[in-house]
Design a protein around this ligand. Structure first.
Ligand SMILES: [Ca+2]
Ligand SMILES: [Ca+2]
Ligand SMILES: [Ca+2]
Length: 384
């Protein structure tokens, strides 16, 4: 049936090209032939006028997939082979059908399943900032980004600091969204009682410029519709004055009024400073001259309880967060691209993704163990 559809389509194309009453087909802007390596994107757009657009791809075995109903279309294939791309334009009752042949080639250099780059490292203040990665005199934002990348490529961990601090990572190929399957894995240092949940977002490099300047889609995890979850939550942190007088707190808390923050709901508070672990006592990113730092993300409800022995227990959320389950639990650290939603909370079906962002999703102090911060140890494509 699908093959018959293809033949019919090709016949209609020939018929329509022979027809001179329809829209101006010279402005379609789509070629007859393309070739592209597998897991690399082909970005197409038509300049033709029309009331509606429909881009469909037909694989060698006749499987038809709708790619787009806009002027633009992104095609990326997991497997090498021959594909037919059908663009159908309706304009004032007329129909144009353009068929392109796409040859998908094997890659020249074998792809890596693991992330290969850090595009951005922008942590919020926290006890492991300046330690993970380690700050050295003269470091800048850019040298810190490179250092962060090196840490992760060597299998070391980095810390995103308090609420909103984030990292953006990329790959040497597009991660395909396999239907009904999880697509990528994120590593962390979570263990039972130490779930420091990070909000995960994904992005497709639609303009194909290698930069994460495209729309972000949040992975709508188990708490996305929890009424206590706050979307578009914004916090500004204020750099502590040099030589500030500490205000001692409880056990292990050196300064309970260390780094002031104000949120977009009119609330304020402090990140406490502690001496529980052998970390730098500087919480502010030392490579930054900024007097204040503002972060926006989704805020999850506080997840700690205090046990009878006084220890803080940071309970896990069900699914869909980074730094939530121990790394050995591969299933619960794996994410389906189809969980992504747009800024209106509507589900989106992405063909694949190029960038992953992880941001600390909690804002809380936990006594002697200090503020909650998401840690990150790399990302991996599960479909390669
Ligand atoms: Ca999937
Ligand atoms: Ca881009
Ligand atoms: Ca952690």
């Amino acid at each position: 049936m699908k093959r018959i559809h293809l033949i019919t389509t090709i016949l209609s194309t020939i018929l329509l090209i022979g027809c001179h009453n329809g829209p101006d087909i010279t402005s379609i802007g789509v070629d007859d032939n393309y070739s592209v390596p597998r897991l690399q994107k082909l970005s197409l757009a038509t300049g033709a006028t029309g009331d509606s657009f429909r881009w469909e791809i037909i694989s060698e075995n006749g499987e038809v997939t709708l790619l787009s109903e806009d002027r633009e279309c992104i095609f990326v294939a997991e497997k090498r082979g021959n594909y037919s791309l059908i663009l159908t334009i309706e304009d004032g009752g007329e129909q144009i059908i353009q068929t392109s042949a796409i040859v998908v080639l094997p890659e020249e250099v074998e792809y890596k399943a693991k992330m290969i780059k850090v595009l951005e490292f922008n942590p919020a203040p926290g006890q492991f900032i300046n330690d993970l990665p380690e700050y050295e005199e003269g470091d800048t934002k850019e040298s810190t980004r490179k250092k962060t990348e090196q840490y992760l490529l060597n299998g070391s961990m980095v810390s995103l600091g308090s609420f909103g601090g984030y990292i953006v990572v990329g790959f040497d190929h597009t991660i395909i969204n396999r239907k009904g399957e999880k697509d990528f894995f994120l590593g962390s240092n979570a263990f039972t009682g130490s779930s420091e949940c990070g909000i995960v977002s994904v992005s497709l490099d639609r303009n194909n410029n290698g930069i994460a300047d495209d729309e972000w889609y949040e992975i709508a995890g188990s708490e996305y519709n929890n009424p206590e979850t706050i979307k578009n939550y914004q916090v500004t942190y204020y750099r502590p004055e040099e030589g500030k007088t500490p205000v001692p707190g409880g056990s292990g808390v050196v300064d309970k009024e260390y780094i002031k923050w104000i949120d977009n709901l009119g609330r304020e508070g402090y990140i406490e400073q502690n001496n529980f672990t052998n970390h730098s006592l500087e919480y502010w990113p030392q490579w930054s001259n900024a007097k204040e730092l503002t972060f926006t993300s989704t805020l999850l409800p506080e997840n700690y309880t205090i046990k009878s022995n006084g220890q803080y227990f940071l309970d896990k959320y069900a699914w869909g967060y980074a730094d939530n389950y121990p790394n050995r639990d591969k299933e619960n650290n794996s994410f389906d691209i189809s969980w992504a939603v747009n800024s209106n909370g509507e589900k989106v079906e992405l063909i694949g993704i190029d960038f992953i962002k992880v941001a600390t999703g909690l804002l809380q102090n936990c006594g002697q163990i200090g503020e909650t911060s998401t840690e990150f140890i790399g990302a991996e494509d599960l479909n390669l």
